[in-house]
Design a protein around this ligand. Structure first.
Ligand code: PAF
Length: 281
């Protein structure tokens, strides 16, 4: 595996690739890699001649400095995991490589960033949009891979790629779960042993909500049930539970059989923020 830790060397390498000969799959990450990330790499490897992964803890997408400081980092173990799945190239830039001190560009994604994650993490999606745009401009992949666990991020990146005419296919990859159902996330590493046991309540509540909706209970009553449940029984401090159309993340008030609907949830377990979603049918 080729490893590049500065932008100059990486640019030079990219310049040696002949576009007509190789299809490039790109997996942007913030490191602390787990099975979910490795699934993105494996999917890219099946679909492309060359797979490039980036590891960069992007400061502009953290609205909370404490969250940025404690974000897990383990580059040596990440490199070993990428080697195990035969990733071809990894790019690990510095903040100075990726950002000019006097940056003035910001993104706003309208409705898509005023809901759910956007409501609780102001500026987060602007930071995601910035770094993904920079990386897309640099790598110019044919395909880029994102997990469906971050459904709102995936929706925004699809829109970004379309609006900015990136000739890149955005490929969603299903959430990988632990054996108890907890969605894999780099943040799970920050949970204490006790919190790790409790964390599955997030996923279980989604399953319960799905059962109720599939049994024709109304969206409004299921939302109330979930919010009462977290208020009275749970160790999780719920931020939101939403029932949305998967395609555009607009709120659903009444479910029709043919609709593609997702149930999305976020909350704090102690100091760790967790998110998850499942589809309805
Ligand atoms: O999902 C992530 O890990 C990050 O938001 C991404 C897409 C790598 C941008 O920093």
């Amino acid at each position: 595996m080729d490893i590049f830790t500065n932008i100059q060397g990486f640019k030079h390498y990219l310049g040696t690739l002949k576009p007509q000969e190789k299809s490039v799959g790109f997996v942007p990450t913030m490191g602390a890699l787990h099975e979910g990330h490795l699934e993105l790499i494996k999917t890219s490897k099946q679909q492309n001649d060359l797979t490039i992964c980036s590891i960069f803890v992007n400061p502009t997408q953290f609205n909370n400095p404490e969250d940025l400081n404690k974000y897990p980092r383990d580059t040596a173990s990440d490199i070993a995991k990428l080697q195990d799945v035969l990733c071809d190239v990894v790019f690990i830039p510095t903040v100075e490589d990726m950002y000019d001190e006097h940056r003035i560009v910001n993104f706003h994604f309208g409705y898509l960033e005023e809901i759910m994650e956007g409501r609780f993490r102001p500026g987060h999606f602007s930071g995601v949009g910035l770094i993904v745009t920079k990386l897309f401009n640099l790598v110019k992949p044919n395909r880029a891979y994102f997990g469906t666990k971050d459904l709102q991020q995936l929706t925004i990146i699809k829109k970004l790629a379309k609006d900015l005419l990136f000739d890149i296919e955005i490929i969603p990859v299903e959430t990988i779960r632990e054996s108890d159902g907890l969605a894999m996330s780099s943040r799970n590493k920050l949970l204490s042993r006790e919190e790790r046991k409790q964390a599955v309540v997030l996923y279980n509540s989604l399953i319960l909500a799905r059962e109720k909706l599939n049994n024709q209970e109304s969206v409004i009553s299921v939302k109330k049930y979930i919010s009462d449940y977290f208020e009275s029984n749970s160790v999780i401090d719920l931020e939101y539970f939403e029932v949305v159309y998967t395609e555009n993340l607009q709120n659903v008030s009444k479910i029709q059989k043919s609709d593609r609907v997702s149930l999305c949830i976020a909350g704090y377990l102690g100091k760790v923020r967790l998110i998850d979603n499942i589809s309805l049918f």
